[in-house]
Unconditional design. Sequence first.
Length: 103
Amino acid sequence: MQFCPKCKSIMISDSENLKCRKCGYEMKGGEGNIVTVEKRREREIPVIEDSDSVATLPTTDTKCPRCGNRKAYWWMRQLRAADESEVRFFRCTKCGKTWREYN
């Protein structure tokens, strides 16, 4: 990835040249500083599947979006970076729908 020296926006490749999508500045492909950015890997979200494990979880009063039941099991998982808050998961005690709440 390369950034425009004038406006600092990301430049896009146009055959052999690079062109800024914001200000239109153009330069040859080999000029300037190149910054490499790693792609984040997708990972699976840990959700409890074993019905025996769910029965031991605490419950709370919240409304199920599927059936309207007012009671659900809940648990928390750290899905993002350590400096961000955890995600709270709910599972309806009646229909079994699982959903999450971001803090």
